[in-house]
Design a binder for this molecule. Structure first.
Ligand code: ZN
Length: 202
């Protein structure tokens, strides 16, 4: 904790002054361009991997970058999505999975989750991802990577059930994006939101 407190002091002393004008503007305005939905994993830092400044990304982070479908009672996430789309008018939503995801590893390997009942219940929002994995394979070491990619498309499907997103998509005011971030290389693979096809992000 001492290191965190020292970091706050260093932020005030070194990082804040060069951006003082930005922070003065941000004190009264909030106009992010995009909603970034990523995993809570400490290694996936949205602003760092996209090189965004404060105020540019509206961020939701959940275990496994899961987005419960509309009407399933996960109100904090639903409210954040609605606020980003309806109130802030973001033009793009990125759902970003990542390599070595603990949540996806547990699902891919069938880990006993009986000591983590809340987590096990939460991970049911990825049941469709695992079902696709079980139906189509592979059986080898690519299982985790395949599940991570399937899960991005599953969560994009869930995202579309939120009325604010459905409305903005119908009006062509919003674009959805699927990404997978590789921790070891820093590279991002895009996942086609319709077909699931992957490509390197240019
Ligand atoms: Zn993760």
């Amino acid at each position: 904790m001492q290191e965190i407190a020292a970091g706050v002091e260093r932020f005030r002393r070194e990082a804040f002054p060069p951006r003082e004008e930005l922070f003065q503007r941000l004190a009264t305005t909030h106009t992010p361009d995009a909603l970034f939905i990523g995993c809570s994993d400490a290694r996936v830092v949205p602003e760092l991997i996209t090189q965004r400044e404060p105020g540019e990304l509206f961020v939701i982070r959940t275990a496994g970058n899961l987005v419960p479908p509309h009407g399933q009672g996960a109100d904090g996430i639903a409210a954040s999505i609605e606020y980003a789309v309806n109130a802030l008018g973001v033009r793009d939503v990125i759902v970003c999975g990542h390599s070595a995801c603990g949540a996806m590893t547990a699902l891919a390997s069938g880990t006993d989750m009986s000591h983590l009942p809340v987590t096990a219940s939460w991970l049911r929002h990825a049941d469709a991802s695992r079902a696709r994995l079980d139906a189509t394979g592979p059986e080898d070491g690519d299982r985790l990577s395949t599940l991570i990619h399937h899960n991005v498309t599953t969560q994009l499907t869930n995202l579309r059930t939120h009325p604010s997103v459905a409305r903005a998509l119908a009006r062509r005011e919003l674009t959805l994006h699927g990404w997978v971030y590789d921790i070891g290389s820093g590279r991002i693979t895009t996942v086609d939101t319709e077909t699931g096809a992957t490509a390197r992000l240019a």
